[in-house]
Design a protein around this ligand. Structure first.
Ligand SMILES: [Zn+2]
Ligand SMILES: [Zn+2]
Length: 146
């Protein structure tokens, strides 16, 4: 078993009405610049990811799921706290992987940003100022643009 898969991460929303733990490995962080993430998060998102089976809720009284029908990925549900509004999860219901907002994790996360997805829909009010990989659409599922 690798070191990362032994890690237990914890996190939650701003008010505490959603708390979770993740038993298992976390992917590096991807900034998604799609227009849906921008509306949901206020700007580009910062998502790590794990397998659904690794995610356990310690508190979920605030958890609500919004079916995001305009997402390019089919059957995406976005999870948030209905009490404080924190944006927490992105989950295509027919996939085992769930994206978790890196900002909701308790520190130290041990994570690093590894690149950018959906730069074809990037907001016009900021620039990407690093040299990390950029994908036109989905991470490692579309044309790499730099
Ligand atoms: Zn909350
Ligand atoms: Zn997105």
């Amino acid at each position: 078993m690798s070191a990362i898969s032994q890690k237990q991460a914890t996190g939650g929303c701003l008010c505490g009405a959603v708390r979770y733990r993740i038993l298992g490995g976390l992917r590096g962080v991807v900034h998604c610049h799609c227009s849906k993430c921008r509306r949901f998060h206020g700007t580009f998102s910062a998502y790590t990811g794990t397998s659904m089976e690794n995610l356990q809720f310690v508190e979920d009284r605030g958890l609500k799921w919004f079916r995001s029908v305009t997402d390019e990925t089919p059957n995406v549900h976005r999870g948030f706290c209905a009490e404080c509004g924190s944006s927490l999860f992105w989950h295509p219901r027919d996939q085992t992987m769930i994206a978790v907002s890196a900002g909701s994790l308790d520190e130290p996360t041990g994570l690093r940003v590894m690149g950018h997805s959906w730069v074809s829909q990037k907001g016009d009010f900021y620039e990407i100022r690093d040299d990390l990989p950029r994908y036109a659409r989905g991470w490692e599922r579309s044309e790499r643009v730099s």
